[in-house]
Design a protein around this ligand. Structure first.
Ligand code: B12
Length: 281
């Protein structure tokens, strides 16, 4: 990152505040580097530095209780220690609840692992190992969740070329543990499969998540076909992060946080009972 950018962010936004050496040189602590990394990521995703700084402050507030848990997960990931990862996840869920564990612990950990993979600090084996441990934990939560509180349920799938399923599995676990039924269709959900599933079983909503921008077009194809069925459609993922990528996409964008996504879906679910059930009291 160019030195003038570092100076300007510190001067204008106080992000990060650095220590000075006796000679007046800036010294970056590990925490300062973490803040800089967040600023870099927010600016890279299209935000102005001022917007990025506002968002980083919100994220830092949230992270104050979660950073050590993210570090615990990363340490377990580096040692390929599945039980250490599960213990951190369980402890975080008990302390913060599932929604905050997912948004403030699991997703930042996966993002960090993605960044490590990109820079060669970890290999795809570590990435896959960590994802599989998290997926196993989510599957257990989903399987053991009490039966849904009503017969309204939502269908969750990916774009036709996407293998990144963690987002839909995490959203599914969150919805199910909060009483909304879900069916997860899995990786590379073909358009005709998701459309057939909607026509055959009339879910109360359908979600498509796509991660890679070059696969966005196929995911939008699925959303267009789903919109034609009349089923309420929702979408999320990095492929839709910028405003331009959401132009003329049918349905509701779920944003970047699973907790808000779950609430958006729950609020839109029909609350009235079907006529037969209503008259039966
Ligand atoms: C685990 C992982 C994998 C696993 C997936 C396993 C699985 N079952 O999910 C495996 C190893 C299979 C994999 C494969 C690949 N991956 Co990958 N992967 C990841 C990793 C580490 C986590 C993915 C994830 O779950 N992300 C969810 C969260 C952590 O992502 P996020 O950026 O924070 O997302 C934000 C929003 O988009 C939103 N969001 C994301 N998902 C959802 C879902 C819902 C419902 C909601 C509401 C919001 C939401 O919320 C987040 C918080 O703000 C990411 C790193 C990363 N930053 O995501 C790379 C990453 C997504 N992968 C990447 C790549 C390039 C690939 C491969 C092409 C690699 C390859 N050369 O083979 C393939 C793609 C295969 C394909 N056809 O899709 C790149 C994508 C770069 C890009 N933007 O184009 C990333 C970003 C890594 C990187 N730094 O380069 N991957």
């Amino acid at each position: 990152m160019p030195a003038p950018t570092l100076r300007s962010w510190e001067l204008r936004y106080g992000l990060p505040v650095t220590l000075r050496s006796p000679g007046g040189h800036r010294r970056y602590t590990e925490a300062a580097l973490h803040e800089l990394g967040m600023m870099r990521d927010e600016v890279a995703s299209g935000r102005t530095p001022a917007e990025a700084a506002r968002r980083v402050r919100v994220l830092l507030d949230e992270q104050s209780g979660t950073r050590s848990r993210v570090e615990g997960l990363l340490a377990g990931s580096e040692r390929h220690d599945a039980s250490a990862i599960r213990s951190v996840l369980e402890e975080a869920r008990a302390a913060l609840g599932l929604a905050a564990t997912l948004d403030a612990v699991v997703l930042p950990t996966m993002r960090q692992i993605g960044a490590w993979w990109e820079t060669g600090r970890c290999d795809v084996d570590q990435e896959t190992f960590t994802t599989e441990v998290v997926r196993g934990w989510l599957a257990k939560l989903t399987t053991l969740a009490p039966p849904p509180a009503s017969d309204r349920w939502v269908l969750l799938g990916t774009g036709p070329h996407d293998v990144h399923t963690l987002g839909i599995e995490a959203l599914g676990a969150l919805l199910v543990t909060r009483g909304t039924g879900c069916r997860v269709l899995g990786a590379r959900t073909p358009q005709h499969v998701v459309v057939a599933a909607v026509r055959a079983s009339s879910p109360a909503g359908v979600v498509i998540v796509s991660h890679l921008s070059h696969q966005r077009r196929a995911a939008v194809g699925s959303l267009d076909a789903l919109a034609a069925t009349g089923c309420p459609t929702y979408y999320a993922g990095n492929a839709f992060r910028s405003g331009a990528s959401r132009r003329e996409v049918p349905g509701t964008y779920l944003g970047e946080r699973l907790a808000e996504a779950a609430t958006t879906i729950e609020r839109a679910l029909p609350t009235e009972l079907p006529p037969g059930l209503a008259s039966a009291g």
